[in-house]
Design a protein around this ligand. Structure first.
Ligand SMILES: [Zn+2]
Length: 280
């Protein structure tokens, strides 16, 4: 499990396993981690490939615990490692105003943390592993009905978080906040610098693959320097991207703080003659 409550300081502090791993001295009493959904004691573990919270020895999640039910999905699966990672992921909430979204202040950096960790990288890699090339890179049928938990306690079918740009735009339009956490797939065109020094990477719009409407990956200007070395990797490529997608004054976009963590390449096409536009 990615998050737990730490109850040593008299309140339920929501902490991530990554936070505990990187600041061990802030969490001295290791008996004080609790399941956010049913309250049972959890144990912090460095894990074999990423830190996580596990059930305390000899305990089980309560019958009503949604997390307990979610993890039952691991049984009888061919891709245990990928499934295990996905079901132990707790999706962040998408709620955030467009102003905060572009903000370079505190709020912006908090949101960026949710999408720039090692775990995000593993999440998008696991998603990639479960897509079926024979189905046009949608989830294999076995995984379509798998559910993931959000920190609000809501459950989402994996297939409902995923789609080509027209499908994602439809989900954004139907959402109350006009913003959703999702996974988009599409073909990238040449990145463009925008007024304000942000970078937009438009997805192609042939209309043949549920991609008739405009949609872009958006790198806020503060994050452009760290990503500029990777722009080439995802130019002219068939990609999946994981993050918050929303409708802005400039169109439908998914914010990418880190290409390395949020974008996985399914196929790379021949480099175009024009090459990427210079980005400064
Ligand atoms: Zn529980």
């Amino acid at each position: 499990m990615e998050f737990a409550y730490y109850v040593a300081r008299g309140v339920n502090e929501k902490v991530s396993a990554i936070e505990v791993d990187s600041n061990p001295n802030d969490f001295i009493d290791r008996t004080k981690f609790r399941c956010m959904f049913c309250g049972i004691q959890l144990e912090f573990s460095h894990g074999t490939s990423y830190p996580l919270f596990k059930r305390w020895r000899g305990t089980a999640h309560m019958p009503h615990c949604i997390y307990g039910n979610i993890t039952n999905q691991i049984k009888n699966s061919d891709n245990n490692k990928d499934i295990e990672l996905l079901v132990s992921t707790i999706l962040p909430r998408a709620l955030m105003s467009p102003q905060q979204h572009i903000s370079t202040g505190h709020q912006g950096s908090n949101v960026s943390k949710q999408f720039t960790g090692k775990r995000t990288r593993m999440f998008i890699s696991s998603v990639k592993n479960l897509l079926d090339p024979k189905k046009g890179y949608y989830f294999s049928q076995n995984y379509e009905s798998m559910q993931i938990l959000a920190e609000t306690g809501e459950k989402y079918y994996l297939k409902d978080l995923f789609g080509a740009q027209d499908e994602i735009i439809d989900k954004i339009d139907r959402s109350a906040d006009k913003a959703i956490v999702c996974i988009v797939k599409g073909n990238t065109l040449t990145p463009k610098a925008t007024i304000g020094d942000h970078v937009l990477i438009p997805l192609s719009t042939s209309g043949k693959h549920k991609n008739s409407q405009k949609f872009s990956l958006f790198i806020p200007k503060d994050y452009v320097p760290k990503n500029s070395g990777r722009l080439d990797d995802i130019t002219g490529a068939f990609i999946v991207g994981y993050g918050i997608a929303r409708k802005t004054d400039y169109g439908y976009q998914m914010t990418i703080f880190s290409i390395h963590h949020q974008v996985a390449v399914l196929k790379k096409y021949e480099k175009s003659n024009t090459g990427p536009a210079p980005v400064t």
